[in-house]
Every structure is written in C-alpha cells, then in structure tokens.
Design a protein around this ligand. Structure first.
Ligand code: FES
Length: 107
C-alpha cells in the first residue's frame, strides 16, 4: 500500500491501466468564483447534451454561469462587462465525470 498526500491508504490493486503506479484518478473539484465562473479542476470528462465527448485537453476549465459567454458553456470573461453577480464558495468534490449541455447553435 501507498499513501496519498491526505494520508489515505491507496490499494495496491484497482489502479487503472497506464496509471504508472501513481494515483489512478484524482478527484474533481468545482469551485464557484464570486461574480464569475465555476472552475473545474482534476481529471474530468465533458460531454455535450447528446453525450458526445467535448475535448478540452485541460485539467482546469472555467464553466460559464452568467449565460453570456460566446464560448457556449465555457467562460470567456464576458461576465465582467455583463455585471454578473453571484456568490463564491469553497471547492467541492464533484465526481469523475461532469455532463455539460452545450448549445447546438451559436447564440
Ligand atoms: S461566467 Fe464568465 S462569461 Fe459567463
């Protein structure tokens, strides 16, 4: 057995292939930023409303919650000029897969 940074014991078995002996899958966190997006961090998979994968090639993405982004579900900074107001919060673990419905046509 090995230990993670949090001191939890990791099982010797159950690692995903290709994990190179390191932690198989890290937790995904979602952090709502005051007056801004929700930032996802970790190893997540995004899919559109039809279930098709959305390639991000990133371990951190900002999801729009003001509804004004020209990038669909992703924050493009428009929340600032739109005067969007919302509370922030602490990071919460959300799970390995996050479903994000994306618009099918440009707004
Ligand atoms: S939250 Fe940033 S553009 Fe909507």
């Amino acid at each position: 057995m090995s230990s993670s940074a949090e001191g939890e014991s990791l099982p010797a078995r159950g690692r995903e292939p290709g994990a190179s002996g390191r932690r198989a899958r890290r937790a995904v966190s979602a952090t709502p930023y005051r007056d801004g997006p929700i930032v996802l961090r970790g190893e997540f998979e995004l899919v559109d409303g039809d279930g098709a994968p959305v390639a991000t090639h990133r371990r951190t993405v900002a999801l729009c919650r003001c509804g004004r982004s020209r990038l669909g579900s992703f924050c493009d900074g428009t929340h600032r000029s739109a005067g969007f107001r919302a509370g922030g919060g602490v990071a919460r673990e959300v799970g390995p897969v996050v479903v994000v419905p994306l618009p099918t046509e440009p707004a």
